[in-house]
Ligand binder design. Structure first.
Ligand code: SER
Length: 870
């Protein structure tokens, strides 16, 4: 095939190479930090600053094939996938760009040549028409006078609702950023006689190339300002132009998608007409693979949330296709195989990508099963065929079951949903939650631009002056006995909670003592939160601020250990793990990080070992304040999502650990003493958590564990070295005894069965036995009752035994009697006589009497009741 997707990409880039353009690699799917986009949504994103004139690009003419994702913001195609033949969430955009060299005429001539010249794409000219922005006369004239396109093939597109620049032919990257009028080239799928096309009707025509003349910068919602340099940004969806050149009806019928869809069909043995679901899966797996490649993992916010939505939507469609096994993660291969542009990079990341997808798929399976079980149970109980909207919300909000799937389920089971009520309910819930959050924040926030100085890295107590006092968020001049409030000092040794490290506690004393229960940062102010035990403290009082030193030293041990752990993880797991959260208090530390594989026990030991080794080396810890940029250049670790000031504190433990960190630390690693990993687990897809204790607390933990082992040794009367063989032997013996016991039980049950058959009495036509047994095991009695039931059809069997001065009754009723005599009815009669506790079903139930009771009387009552029923 001449026009394979791969060839089209190459031809495009070659064409522009011949026109003296520099060919640049695709930028990342994650835009640079200054961008306000979550994902790259157009070829021009990587050049944003050059269009705006903030920087000068080394080449003035470039061309790319850029990975793009349109799943949110101004350009969102997520919901179209599955319904539109020409939309993808993930796609490649072919584009040529001019930074201030050529403009309208040249860019239009290039596009026309590439599309229509027989050496290139060879599309018949009469199959194309164009749109232009209504005020862009220059472009109109170029199409008409230079390209010689007839006027009925040039459509002017106007502003929507007369709002300037609100037009399909005025392209904007996002809510802000470079923008300008554009001209779009359309392919006519069928020639309409009068040449009138509905631009939105993809059966008539499809837009293939957009040429944007970047002339403005949108600075905010209402303001668009002209740029000094005018540039060109063009974009042609590779998958779309492939569908035109391959003469097929949809992106999903092009060579690449055909392969992916066939693979999905073959590997899951699908014979289905549901192309909608196949399209969604094919599109979404491509998007998911490329997002994960950028080291994004599924989560509940930001990029991770988009990824989770995409994966879950694909899994829901897998469910619709009745695919029973986990399937999505098995598609990574075909995505790699069909992406000829980045095969190598994808292959290197294959295992990682597969693992992340697999984790999410397994996790979602549980949600899916729970949701379906819940729904199945609920619909059995429905009185009519309407399902309550609160129930759907519960499924979604608490069980994480997608509303879309509930809807499908209801359609399949002929159940109606009141969509309006559901929408309103969700709206109100969200509103309430927002208000709730607001309330919490307001309660904890104090507003002050006062800056207090932290001097607690080395000093644990200082004399300071009271600068501000807040009670119930109101600024006051004094705080009195028993009042709770926030005190601000000019300088303080108290560390305000940050970077996972909890705030200090301690006292602020004047003549009276203010007990500090927590310390928090409010902008540049450190707030001591606590209660005054007597007297009063006023503004300008000189006080002694003294932290709880013992607690602080323990916290420091744990904080420095967090840094040592971070390094040890990278070294032992040989993987660029990323910190995802931490919590450090005086008892332990918790560290969450991204790592897609299972951590093996040996790796845990090695991590523990390495940290202890670095502690033994008793390394001096150094800190320094430097420029953030310098710290970054020198490789100090920082958190991607955190905003740092221009000057930061760096902390280094030789070359072992280099981090940007405000926290408080030991002076030499030896102070920590010893560390013990107390737990490690997976907390969500791709995120692991390790918890550690340090110093004497670690020792105590080890001693407790040792004590437990010693206790076990004592109980088992064995030496440490024989402990494991002994436990294994006990288990084997136990299994053996259980088997023997079962065998003996069978014999006893058989024996009892024979004995009891002889005790059958007739109550009219019904066989009746009520007898004490010496099997003191409910399970065996139930087996016995089931055996007897087969022999004495129709019958009622009541067996009981005495245990701890109580009677235990088990009642069996043969099925044919349960219409009018139920085992639970008999329990009720026993209960009336003995205050028993119990329950069960109509064929089998059990209860326990409160004490020893008169069996003869109960038996009489039961018999009489049965008589009354037949
Ligand atoms: N930025 C324009 C678009 O995305 C042209 O590349 O359509």
């Amino acid at each position: 095939m001449k026009y394979t997707t791969k060839n089209i990409r190459n031809m495009f880039l070659n064409f522009f190479k011949k026109k003296k353009h520099k060919i640049i690699c695709s930028g990342s799917l994650i835009p640079n930090k200054n961008s306000n986009l979550l994902f790259t949504n157009a070829g021009m994103n990587q050049f944003q600053d050059y269009f705006l004139g903030k920087k000068t690009y080394p080449f003035s003419k470039v061309a790319t094939s850029q990975r793009c994702l349109r799943t949110g913001g101004k350009h969102n195609d997520l919901d179209q996938v599955g319904y539109s033949d020409y939309h993808n969430t993930f796609f490649e955009m072919l584009g040529n760009f001019s930074f201030g060299t050529y403009f309208k005429k040249e860019s239009i001539l290039y596009a026309w040549e590439l599309l229509t010249d027989e050496k290139w794409f060879n599309i018949p000219k009469e199959k194309l028409f164009v749109t232009v922005y209504h005020q862009d006369y220059e472009t109109y004239n170029i199409w008409n006078k230079i390209i010689k396109l007839s006027t009925d093939n040039i459509i002017k597109v106007y502003d929507k609702e007369n709002k300037q620049y609100e037009s399909d032919n005025f392209w904007q990257m996002g809510d802000t950023g470079p923008c300008g009028p554009c001209t779009e080239i359309f392919f006519k799928k069928k020639n309409h006689k009068n040449n009138i096309y509905n631009l939105d009707d993809k059966k008539q025509c499809v837009e293939i190339w957009n040429i944007v003349f970047i002339q403005f910068n949108k600075v905010d919602k209402h303001n668009v300002i002209p740029l000094n340099t005018i540039s060109v940004d063009t974009g042609m969806g590779l998958e779309r132009i492939a569908s035109v050149l391959q003469n097929v009806e949809s992106n999903y019928q092009t060579d690449i998608f055909k392969k992916i869809i066939n693979y999905i069909r073959d590997t899951n043995s699908l014979i289905t007409e549901n192309t909608q679901s196949l399209h969604v899966i094919a599109d979404h797996i491509r998007a998911a693979v490329f997002i994960i490649k950028e080291k994004i993992i599924p989560s509940n916010e930001g990029r991770g949330y988009i990824l989770r939505r995409i994966i879950r939507r694909a899994l829901c469609h897998g469910h619709k296709l009745n695919i029973k096994n986990h399937f999505l993660y098995k598609l990574v291969n075909i995505i790699i195989e069909t992406n000829h542009n980045e095969t190598k990079q994808l292959k290197d990341e294959k295992n990682y990508i597969t693992q992340i997808l697999k984790n999410e798929e397994l996790q979602f399976q549980t949600t899916l099963n729970n949701g379906l079980n819940f729904l199945n149970k609920k619909i059995k109980k429905l009185k009519n065929n309407n399902i309550n909207h609160e129930l759907i919300f519960y499924l979604y909000d608490t069980l994480g079951f997608p509303i879309e799937l509930t809807k499908d389920f209801c359609i399949d089971n002929n159940i109606q949903i009141n969509q309006k009520k559901l929408d309103n309910f969700i709206l109100n819930k969200n509103k309430n939650r927002k208000n709730q959050n607001k309330k919490n924040i307001i309660n904890n926030i104090i507003y002050t631009n006062y800056t207090s100085k932290f001097c607690g890295y080395k000093k644990f107590e200082v004399t300071a002056v009271v600068k501000k006092i807040f009670i119930n968020n109101q600024e006051k001049i004094k705080i009195l006995k028993n009042e709770t409030g926030i005190i601000i000092l000019d300088k303080t040794p108290f560390f305000g909670e940050s970077g996972g490290q909890i705030g200090d506690t301690g006292i602020i004393s004047h003549n009276d003592i203010f007990h500090v229960q927590d310390t928090q940062n409010f902008m540049n102010t450190i707030g001591h939160i606590g209660t005054l035990s007597s007297g009063k403290i006023k503004i300008n009082d000189t006080v002694l601020a003294k932290i709880n030193t013992k607690k602080r030293l323990l916290i420091q041990n744990n904080h420095t250990t967090t840094h040592l752990l971070h390094t040890a993880l990278k070294e032992i797991l040989k993987y660029p793990i990323e910190q995802k959260g931490s919590f450090i208090n005086e008892e332990y530390l918790r560290f969450d990080f991204s790592y897609p594989y299972t951590i093996k026990i040996n790796e845990i030991y090695n991590i523990e070992h390495l940290i202890n080794q670095n502690i033994q080396k008793n390394i001096i810890i150094k800190d320094q304040i430097i420029d953030f940029q310098q710290a970054k250049n020198e490789g100090y670790i920082f958190l991607e999502n955190k905003i740092y000031p221009s000057k930061v504190r760096i902390l280094s433990i030789n070359n072992i650990s280099k981090e940007i960190c405000k926290g408080t630390h030991v002076q030499q690693t030896g102070e920590i003493g010893i560390v013990k990993i107390i737990s490690y687990k997976s907390i969500s897809s791709g995120i692991k958590r390790i918890e550690i204790m340090t110093g004497l607390q670690a020792l105590q933990k080890i001693q407790t564990q040792e004590k437990n082992i010693k206790n076990i040794q004592n109980i088992l009367q064995t030496h440490y070295t024989s402990l494991i063989p002994k436990i294994k032997k006990i288990i084997t013996d136990h299994e053996k005894i259980k088997k023997e016991n079962n065998y003996l039980n069978q014999i006893i049950i058989k024996y009892q069965e024979k004995k009891l058959i002889k005790k059958i009495k007739k109550i009219k036509t019904i066989n009746f036995i009520m007898h004490e047994v010496n099997i003191k095991n409910i399970k065996s009695i139930k087996i016995l009752i089931n055996l007897l039931k087969k022999k004495i059809y129709p019958g009622i069997i009541i067996l009981f035994y005495e245990s701890h001065k109580k009677y235990i009754f088990v009642i069996g009723v043969t099925k044919n009697l349960t219409m009018y005599i139920k085992a639970t009815n008999i329990i009720q009669i026993i209960h009336e006589n003995t205050n028993s506790i119990g329950g069960g079903k109509s064929e089998l139930a059990q209860c326990t009497s409160e004490n020893i009771v008169n069996i003869i009387k109960i038996k009489e009552n039961i018999q009489n009741w049965i008589k009354s029923k037949i």
